[in-house]
Design a binder for this molecule. Structure first.
Ligand code: SF4
Length: 149
């Protein structure tokens, strides 16, 4: 199971903001550096997280963003359900077009069911405070260092 780059960056941002003291604001540029991702990608992710109510933006000269109370309660599973692209786990394409088994394939449904189980296993894992902690629980998630295209 693999999460997309946008979800990955968004989770990284929430982890960084979750480990930042409550009275400190971070600029998008600082966040871009902290998560090792280009400014433009981080800017889009911050906007989406604001729309989801997970971060708050404070305007002004010394403004910046911080995690919101809702963001402190957000779970990995909850965020992935919104941000992941939900494409089928298997592409079901061959060099000659659609897989010939596609009309009578039980595997496809089972794989998609497994993806739902993956999200469910992360529904109880809050992102807040995950940075720097050893992953616990049945599913190990490795955050990619690949930058989004
Ligand atoms: S066997 Fe099933 S899951 Fe695999 S590519 Fe074909 S249709 Fe998709």
């Amino acid at each position: 199971m693999r999460i997309n780059s946008f979800s990955d960056v968004s989770l990284r941002l929430l982890m960084v903001l979750g480990s930042t003291p409550e009275d400190e604001l971070a600029t998008t540029r600082e966040l871009a550096e902290a998560v090792g991702t280009p400014y433009n990608h981080v800017s889009k992710a911050v906007l989406k997280l604001r729309q989801m109510g997970l971060v708050e933006a404070i305007r002004g000269r010394s403004g910046g963003v911080r995690i919101s109370p809702e963001g402190r309660r957000a779970t990995v599973g909850g965020v992935l359900r919104v941000l992941d692209d939900h494409s089928d786990v298997a592409e079901c394409q061959t060099n000659m077009g659609a897989c010939p088994l596609i009309h009578d394939c039980g595997l496809r449904g089972v794989l998609n069911h497994a993806r739902e189980a993956f999200y469910s296993s992360l529904d109880s894992v809050t992102i807040y405070g995950l940075a720097g902690k050893t992953q616990e629980g049945p599913v190990s998630v490795t955050l990619s260092t690949v930058r989004p295209a």
